[in-house]
Design a binder for this molecule. Structure first.
Ligand code: F6R
Length: 581
């Protein structure tokens, strides 16, 4: 959560560059924004406001260094005072993360008239105080970092010292190496238009950039560190909307290719992942939100293709089961961003107990990808809309392949997934989108929506509910089809909209039970049934049916949001990468 961006170099419009970079990071947080530049006279003016940065056209001109921040509020409400950067004496800084013990440090620290309620201002006070005591900028940052319990990515500008300092522990920071300038950002798309050559900052490391000069050092000892330049294969177009009105629909349509790309791994890497699983006694699949629903689908894939019962637990619920984690446990982490705090904590604690980590993420530079014993990239390309779509089906495709490989059926798995990919390619066309939009028009003014599914379509009912809730704000709820008669059916009234995933006999009987209480039935299935009031066709994908079923639901959620006048890319109260607990 929160996007941060810095530039230092042979440019005179650093403020505008930070503005453009932050716009590309806005999916990480969008309740307020702020930019600070080093003015030619040496002082550091700040512009900050509440609201979305996408509406801002112009900030300072004439500066060669600047830092900025796009906020998702944690400590302190959404006010101008709480927006970053925060400035204390010579120090101006932005922060992404959580400083857990900031209240204690604030009380022990020097007297200061705080202007905000944030944890970040306390860091600025600490660094400024240490500079006043005569410490160098690097020493001041190191000493302040020692006091912080929690996670941080910090960008710091100090009056009288040229360049920008950055440090990380637990929140992402990537350095972009331009010809005559250097960038620092929470995510690569922010500077991709300028360079695709990067260095990854690891935990407890800091960096000082000054134009093209870049110096890495340990945040603990100050010792200098050498880093390799890495070229990332992402293309600028992948991180732009192009001709699409929103990232969400662009990313839905990209599933024409991403499923095939997701499984395009060397057999050896998949085999390494399988060896890890098979060398352990207990396997826990841990994830959050939509990624957790993908992991739930994997429970069905493993049962069917390798006859293995896996445990699937939302990361935030995992503490109750940590007693079972030991050196013979495999933890499989599924995460688009690779930065989700609840998940990261479980992995770190699990690794301390000797557990092995197999991770699937979409961001190879992410913390989870970097701490994993084996990492399977999901290769979906940058996902910018807050609601996960192409990353979800890519996660499901890899999980499906893994289940097949675990049952010695890797080739069969690849074949099935190739046909899923072809089927989704055929499905994703403007005519189909129009059909889904028509169904969205039918239900756009409903306040409640129920979704049922059985077997591997049950997790998809839960996923459908998340997708619809988060972008359309309609109260949507998913159930196992057979459970509906054990309580939820009491909620059905004349005209209640129910999405029925699948067309097996038992699910259709459950749908009939709903229909006879007045429900409007929208079937999402391979075949049409008489009881459906509306029907969204899904191609027949055999054992991987759940992967294809999620696609029409994503399109439905998107159009519900648009028809209700909402921005599907930036739903209220949410952020793309949930780096707080
Ligand atoms: C919903 C959505 C979230 C994420 C969840 C985990 O569309 O995107 O529920 O799935 O926050 O995020 P990652 O996958 O980045 O760990």
């Amino acid at each position: 959560m929160c996007g941060i961006f810095a530039v230092s170099g042979e440019t005179s419009d650093a403020g505008m560059r930070v503005l453009e970079g932050l716009k590309k990071l806005e999916y990480r947080g969008y309740d307020s924004w702020g930019i600070a530049v080093r003015a030619p006279e040496g002082h550091v003016p700040i512009e900050k406001e509440i609201g979305k940065i996408s509406h801002v056209e112009q900030v300072f001109v004439d500066a060669h260094e600047a830092i900025g921040h796009s906020r998702w509020a944690t400590h302190g409400g959404v006010t101008r005072e709480n927006a970053h950067p925060h400035q204390v004496g010579r120090v101006t800084l932005v922060h992404n993360g959580i400083f857990e013990n900031y209240k204690e440090v604030k009380e022990e620290g020097p007297d200061h008239a705080f202007l905000s309620e944030t944890d970040t201002e306390v860091i600025a006070v600490m660094i400024n105080h240490l500079l006043e005591e005569g410490k160098s900028s690097e020493e001041a940052l190191r000493t302040a970092a020692e006091k912080i319990i929690g996670r941080f990515a910090l960008l710091v500008m100090i009056e009288g010292i040229s360049g920008i300092l950055a440090a990380r522990r637990g929140s992402p920071l990537i350095i972009g190496r331009g010809e005559e300038e250097t960038f620092i950002a929470s995510d690569i798309p922010a500077f991709l238009a300028h360079t695709n050559v990067v260095n990854y900052l690891d935990d407890d490391e800091m960096v000082h950039i000054d134009g093209a000069k870049v110096q890495f050092s340990s945040l603990q000892t100050g010792e200098l560190i050498e880093k390799r330049n890495i070229e990332v294969p992402w293309k600028v177009e992948e991180a732009e909307k192009g001709d699409y009105p929103h990232f969400m629909i662009k990313e839905i349509f990209e599933q024409k290719e991403t499923i095939a790309r997701a499984i395009n791994h060397e057999d050896a890497l998949v085999e390494e992942a399988i060896e890890l699983l098979q060398s352990c006694n207990g396997v826990y699949f841990v994830a959050c939100g939509t990624a957790h629903k993908a992991a739930m689908a994997a429970e069905y894939f493993f049962a069917k293709f390798s006859h293995r019962k896996i445990n699937v637990v939302p990361a935030s619920e995992m503490p109750s089961f940590e007693q079972f984690i030991n050196e013979k446990t495999a933890i499989v982490a599924v995460s688009q961003s690779g930065e989700t705090a609840d998940l990261l904590e479980i992995l770190e604690r699990g690794q301390k107990k000797g557990a092995k980590v197999l991770a699937m993420t979409n961001v190879e530079s992410s913390t989870i990808a970097r701490i994993a014993d084996v990492h399977l990239p999901i290769n979906a390309g940058p996902e910018k809309a807050v609601a996960s779509t192409k990353a979800t089906t890519a996660q499901m495709a890899i999980l499906f392949l893994l289940a097949c490989a675990d049952g010695n059926r890797m080739n069969e798995g690849r074949q099935i997934l190739r046909s899923v990919s072809g089927n989704i390619n055929d499905l994703l066309n403007p005519r189909y989108e129009d059909l889904v939009r028509t169904v969205a028009q039918e239900i756009m003014n409903h306040s409640t929506l129920f979704i049922i599914g059985r077997g591997s379509l049950y997790p998809m009912a839960l996923e459908a509910a998340i997708k619809i809730q988060e972008v359309s704000y309609i109260h949507a709820q998913g159930f196992p089809a057979g459970e509906i008669k054990h309580g939820p059916i009491a909620l059905i009234e004349e005209g209640t909209a129910c999405l029925v995933l699948g067309d097996d006999q038992e699910t259709l009987s459950n749908a009939t039970e709903l229909k006879s209480r007045g429900a409007m039935i929208i079937g999402v299935s391979t075949t049409q049934a008489d009881i459906f009031d509306h029907w969204l066709r899904v191609p027949d994908c055999g054992g991987a049916q759940s992967i294809a079923t999620v696609v029409p639901i994503q399109i439905l959620a998107y159009h519900l949001a648009v028809l209700r006048g909402l921005d599907p890319d930036m739903p209220r109260n949410l952020a793309k990468s949930v780096t707080v607990k």
